[in-house]
Write a protein that binds this ligand. Sequence first.
Ligand SMILES: [Zn+2]
Length: 118
Amino acid sequence: MKLKSTARIKEINKYGLQFFAACLAYEHQYHDELVDDELTITSANDSEHGAKGSYHYIDQAWDLRTRDKTKGQTAQLASFLKRELGYGWDVVIEKDHIHVERDTRNYPDNYPDKENDN
Ligand SMILES: [Zn+2]
């Protein structure tokens, strides 16, 4: 996993740890010895992210580079992350990156968990 020089991680919270773990799991599963296919975080809590309420500003969103991936690899990465991260996470394929966020406003941590209902 690499970090673009302009990307700033201000805080590593529990969501950050989950995100990094999911990225490492993807690399572990799909790494090809013959190519440089490390994932690159192009943005974290830095620069302008449009909407004031962006999760980027509270260290709950990260962008991953896709220009070094085929369409198929990008889709594979997005669905891997969605599956790995699960509840409360949004994984969106944008024009030139994959945006990943932990949406705690709509899916707070204390949302009833079906598995622990009894
Ligand atoms: Zn983003």
